[in-house]
Design a protein around this ligand. Structure first.
Ligand SMILES: [Zn+2]
Length: 314
C-alpha cells in the first residue's frame, strides 16, 4: 500500500501559542507578566477547564484576565507560563484545592452565575475551535504533571517549580524533573482491502470498534511496539509499518502516535484481557457502520482519523 497522508490536523494540535521557552528562566520577565492585568489565565480545576456557551451548543474556552483570575491564583495552586498569543502572556493555574472555584470569579458579562462552568475537555473538545482546544489540552496536561510531582521520585524530598512552571527541582538532592508524556502507538492493520478493528470492554460504547493501541515500553522502537501490541492483542503478525500522524492526548498524559501496519497473517486470536472481539472489515462495511451493528471511535480521535483516511485511500 502506498503512503496514506494525514487528511487534516488532528484535534488538540495547532496551538496558536508561541511557547517562548526563551523567557521561562528570565525571572524578572515572568514576574512582570504575572503582574500584568492584560495577561490571560486558563484555570484548571480537578482536570476540568472552564467553558461558556455550553447550553447554547457553542462552547468557548474562557480565558480570564489577570484581574479576574486573582482570587483563583490566591488559592495557591501550581501555575505555569504556557506561551505568548499575539504578544500577550498566557498562563495556567490549577485550582483543585478549592471545592467550588466559580464563586471566586468576578460577576460580569462574561460569566454571570450559571453561564461558565468547569467541564471535561474530552467531552467538549470536538465542538471547540481547534486553537482553543489545543491551549486547554496543553494547560490540562501540564497541570496534571505539576500536581503529581510535588515530591522527588529519587529521594522523596520536596520539589520546587523552576522555568516558569515547566520543571521541578528537588530541594534535597537537587534532581531536576521535567513534564512527562507517555508515548502510545495506535495502528490500523490492513490486509487485502480489509482493516482490523477490535472491541474492548473498556470502550465507552458496547458497539464501538477501533484500531488497536498500546503503550511503548522501555527499549522498544515505535515499529516494534506496533508489532508487539498487534501480536499480543490479536495474534496477527505485521510487516511494514508506516507513520501517519500524532495527536497530543493529555487525558492524562499521552501522545498518540498513529501508524498503518501491513498484516502478514489473517487468523485472529484475541487476548481476552485486552479485547472482547476483533474482526476484519472492508471499506464498504466501514462506510456504513450502522449496517454492521457497530460504531466507530469519536470524531476527535486519531483512531477515527486513521480509519477515515484509510477508507478514503481506496
Ligand atoms: Zn530528590
Amino acid at each position: 500500500m502506498s503512503v496514506i497522508l494525514a487528511s487534516r490536523p488532528n484535534v488538540y494540535t495547532g496551538s496558536p501559542l508561541d511557547r517562548a521557552d526563551r523567557h521561562r528562566t528570565d525571572e524578572a520577565w515572568v514576574a512582570g507578566r504575572l503582574a500584568d492585568p492584560a495577561s490571560l489565565w486558563v484555570p484548571v480545576w480537578r482536570a476540568r477547564t472552564l467553558f461558556r456557551g455550553l447550553d447554547e451548543g457553542r462552547p468557548e474556552a474562557v480565558f480570564l484576565t489577570g484581574e479576574a483570575a486573582s482570587a483563583l491564583r490566591m488559592a495557591g495552586g501550581p501555575w505555569a507560563f504556557l506561551g505568548l498569543q499575539d504578544g500577550i502572556a498566557t498562563f495556567t493555574v490549577d485550582v483543585s484545592a478549592v471545592d467550588d472555584p466559580l464563586p471566586l470569579l468576578p460577576d460580569g458579562a462574561a460569566w454571570p452565575p450559571g453561564v461558565a462552568r468547569f467541564e471535561d475537555l474530552r467531552q467538549i473538545g470536538p465542538g471547540l475551535a481547534p486553537n482553543e482546544a489545543a491551549i486547554l489540552a496543553h494547560a490540562r496536561g501540564l497541570m496534571h504533571w505539576r500536581i503529581r510531582h510535588g515530591f522527588c521520585g529519587v529521594c522523596g524530598g520536596r520539589c520546587e517549580p523552576r522555568s516558569a512552571g515547566h520543571a521541578m527541582a528537588c530541594t534535597q538532592c537537587k534532581a531536576q524533573h521535567f513534564p512527562r508524556t507517555d508515548p502510545a502507538v495506535i495502528m490500523l492493520v490492513h490486509r487485502g482491502g480489509r482493516a482490523l478493528l477490535g472491541h474492548s470492554t473498556r470502550f465507552p460504547k458496547v458497539t464501538m470498534y477501533s484500531t488497536l493501541a498500546g503503550f511503548v515500553e522501555p527499549g522498544e522502537s515505535l515499529e516494534e511496539a506496533v508489532a508487539r501490541e498487534v501480536l499480543e492483542e490479536s495474534a496477527i503478525r505485521v510487516g511494514q509499518v508506516r507513520y501517519h500522524s500524532s495527536q497530543p492526548w493529555p487525558f492524562p498524559s499521552s501522545i498518540m502516535l498513529g501508524f498503518y501496519a501491513e498484516g502478514l497473517t489473517e487468523e485472529i486470536t484475541i487476548d481476552p484481557n485486552e479485547l472482547q472481539d476483533a474482526r476484519w472489515f472492508s471499506r464498504a462495511e466501514l462506510r456504513d457502520p450502522d449496517a454492521q451493528g457497530i460504531s466507530l471511535p469519536r470524531r476527535d480521535s486519531i483512531a477515527r482519523r486513521l480509519i477515515e483516511d484509510w477508507i478514503a485511500h481506496a
